[in-house]
Every structure is written in C-alpha cells, then in structure tokens.
Design a protein around this ligand. Structure first.
Ligand SMILES: NC(=O)c1ccc[n+]([C@@H]2O[C@H](COP(=O)([O-])OP(=O)(O)OC[C@H]3O[C@@H](n4cnc5c(N)ncnc54)[C@H](O)[C@@H]3O)[C@@H](O)[C@H]2O)c1
Ligand SMILES: [Zn+2]
Length: 403
C-alpha cells in the first residue's frame, strides 16, 4: 500500500509527530556468542497535501503540526517574490507565532558546506527545540535540498515541513525523502534520506516563476511522462500554451500536475531507499550531471539538463532499434514546445562519459541507464560504449526532428 496521501481539501493533521516518528526497536542478545542484534522498525509516514490557499491566516494547517505553536524557524528562498513573503509573515504574525526568518540565496549555488554551516549556526542561535518546533522550509528544490539536509543532521535530526515554490519542486524535489548538497563536481554527493513531517502544496507560488524556471519544471514532468505514462505526454502537448501562460488554477493543468505526482510517488514508494537501483525515475539523470554542473560551473538548470538527457537516451534507444523514429522525434518536439533547450552544451564527450562512469559507480557498478522502450515505459541498459555515446551526440546535433 502506498504510504502517502494527497488530499485536495485542507484537513487538520493529527499532530503526533514526536510520537509517530519514534522508532520501535528491540534487542536480542546471544550470551554465548557475546553478540547483540538490534532491530529497528521505523514508522515514517508523511502526508503530501494540496492546501490552497495555504497562507490564509484562518487556515492553521501549517502550524497545527508540532506540539507547540509558540515559535517557528522558517527558511525562505530569496527568489520568492515579496508579495508572497509578506503573506508568509502576515500568516505567522496573525497566528501569534514568533517566527524567525532565515533567507537563503535560491538556486544551485546554495547547495554547499558554507551555506549549510550558516544555516546550522542560525538554528543554534535560535535554540531550536528539537522535538516540538518543526522547521518550515519555503523554496525551490535547491533550498529544500539544503535546508532539509541541515534539519536531517542538526542534533541528529529535527522535524521539518516542506513547502515547494517552484514547478520542479512541486512535482518532484519537494515530495520525496532525498536531500543534500553538492560536492566538487558531483551533485548531491553529500546528503541523506530523511522524511519530512509533511509537504504542503499550493499552486499560487508557481505564478511568479520565470519562463526558464517553468520550463525546468517541465523537464521532470517530461521524465515522468516518458518513463511512466504516455497520457501525460499527450496532455503536455495539448496544454503547453496554458502552461506557458501559467494557468495553474485551470482544472486540466491541475489534473496533469497531480497525475504526475501520483506517478512519481507510485514509482518512488516501493523503492524509496533505492535498494533496487534499476529506477525508471533515473531517466534523464545519467548524462545530465555534466550538463548541469561542469568543472564547478553551472551550465543548465536541473530540469533542462534532465530533458536533454531524456532526448539523448531516446536517440540511443532509436539507434538500437528499440524506440521508433516517430516516438523519438515526438519527445524532441514536445521538449521544444515546452520551452526546453535541445542543444547539448559545449562539453567534451569525455566529460559526458565521466558522468556515465560516476553514475555507474553510484548505481552499484552497473550502468543501469534507463532508456525509453516506448512512450511511457523504460528499459535499462548496461552496455553503453563511449563510441555509441559519441555517435548519438553527433546524430543529436543534426536536429532531424525539425524536418
Ligand atoms: N531531493 C530530490 O529528490 C530532488 C529531485 C529533483 C531535483 N532536486 C534538486 O532540485 C534543484 C532544482 O530545483 P528547482 O528547479 O526548484 O530550482 P531552484 O531551487 O534552483 O530554484 C530556481 C530559481 O527559482 C527561484 N524561485 C523559487 N521560488 C520561486 C517563486 N515562487 N517564484 C519565482 N522564483 C522562485 C529560486 O530562488 C531560484 O533562483 C536541484 O538542485 C536538484 O538537484 C532534488
Ligand atoms: Zn531530477
């Protein structure tokens, strides 16, 4: 059974966080062998709930979680426009919550040790009560990743709530249990799997996103469509204009977003700790590392890099005679329709191969590269060669789908 719950109407959550997160454990000892086995059963359920409008002062969903309502430490992404920041501040003051705000520079550059340390310093100064004052994080995927990581290690873990404010974090980065920071050239090398107490979704935040940030979010929706459900691809194609116009309150757009989240969680939940390393959700995440971060330099947004990777994977699949030319070109056309780039950045093929090697190491020594088998389904390959990659890159450069 899936361990998540998406509700469209605000309900008050049972605020039993400290209780229900306490692991039950027991110890069995074997005196003869001087050996002890500690078994831990973790109960880590959390709710992802759409609450609109989340910042209506009379709606106390956001502060009902946590034993005490007196204080909250709130992390804010500095990309969130002032009008929302004012609403956030009004929300807490109207509810008589003493709020401490910590604003972080949004975007990939915050995912580093120095920012992590600054945040931990601020938590210390605030004197966070580690059991009863959940940290509330408002932001895009990068701020959510960093601040959730800080929460997961501060005093060995304090509770936190995520409120995603970008499209990408709404459908992907904000709703799972991964968090972390980058290290050297490797994205998310340092991090943890830690459950939030809850995730609250409100489409209102998405109205202020730039075209590029919107498109980046489509990159992850495209992943879900190509990996899991061709119907989402059809819907993206049919509604691209509405999306570009940010008609997020539109019924059809809402349906696409919630359908994507549904698929995302259906894939994620049975394998949430990634014990099975053949993951359909890794589609778009093999070559993308270097499109995003090369030699310490940020090149593309996460979702843009993912979309390019999906298309490169589709090209490889087509050359192997698996995906048809029509299907490959359809993915490419929809990618462009969504405002995503279809030009591979000027990166040496060897660097892209280095990304494959790094991912292979991360995936337990096998490549496990998801490539589309058909629209809505992936298969995994373990035998990609450098020559095959270079060939696909050359073909990709010709942009035949535009013919
Ligand atoms: N933990 C996970 O499971 C997971 C999954 C996918 C991606 N990620 C990570 O998520 C990150 C990408 O997230 P992202 O696409 O949200 O980008 P982002 O967090 O880099 O944010 C993009 C920009 O949008 C700004 N912003 C935030 N909210 C805004 C709003 N409401 N209006 C206008 N601007 C706003 C930010 O300040 C930033 O400048 C990457 O670091 C990626 O590795 C994590
Ligand atoms: Zn991703």
């Amino acid at each position: 059974m899936n361990n998540y719950n998406i509700l469209s109407t605000p309900l008050s959550l049972a605020a039993k966080d400290a209780e229900c997160r306490r692991p039950e454990s027991h110890c069995v000892n074997d005196h003869q062998k001087q050996k002890w086995t500690v078994s831990i059963h973790l109960d880590r359920a959390y709710e992802i709930r759409c609450v609109e409008p989340l910042l209506e002062p009379s709606n106390t969903t956001l502060i009902d979680i946590g034993e005490s309502r007196a204080r909250r430490f709130i992390v804010l992404d500095d990309g969130i426009p002032d009008c929302f920041i004012e609403q956030i501040k009004l929300y807490f003051s109207s509810n008589h919550v003493m709020a401490e705000y910590f604003t972080l520079r949004g975007g990939e550059s915050c995912k580093n040790f120095a920012t992590l340390q600054n945040l931990i310093d601020a938590l210390n100064v605030f004197g966070l009560n580690r059991k009863i004052e959940p940290i509330i994080i408002f932001g895009g995927g990068a701020v959510l990743d960093l601040a959730a990581f800080a929460a997961s290690i501060y005093r060995r873990g304090v509770p936190f709530i995520r409120v995603p404010t970008t499209l990408l974090s709404f459908v992907d980065a904000g709703i799972g249990i991964k968090n972390g920071i980058n290290f050297g050239d490797t994205k998310n090398l340092i991090g943890s799997f830690t459950t939030p107490l809850a995730v609250f979704l409100d489409r209102t935040f998405l109205s202020s996103l730039s075209k590029q940030e919107m498109a980046s979010g489509f990159g992850e929706i495209l992943k879900i469509a190509v990996a899991c459900d061709e119907n989402i691809l059809d819907a993206l194609e049919a509604n691209a204009a509405k999306f570009q116009a940010k008609h997020f309150s539109d019924e059809e757009i809402g349906r696409i977003l919630f359908h994507s989240i549904d698929h995302m969680l259906t894939e994620l939940c049975p394998n949430i700790y990634e014990n099975n390393m053949n993951r359909a959700l890794d589609l778009g995440h093999t070559f993308s590392q270097v499109f995003e971060l090369n030699l310490g330099e940020l090149i593309l947004r996460h979702g843009e890099a993912v979309a390019l990777d999906i298309n490169l994977s589709a090209m490889i699949s087509m050359h192997r005679g698996i995906l048809s030319q029509n299907e490959t070109h359809r993915i490419a056309r929809i990618t462009e329709l969504l405002g995503l780039p279809m030009t591979v950045p000027n990166v040496a093929p060897q660097r892209i191969w280095d990304s494959v090697v790094e991912r292979t190491h991360h995936r337990g020594g096998q490549q496990r590269i998801p490539i589309p088998e058909r629209l809505g389904k992936c298969l995994f390959i373990n035998d990609l060669t450098y020559e095959e990659l270079v060939h696909a890159l050359e073909k990709f450069a010709h942009k035949t789908w535009r013919d």
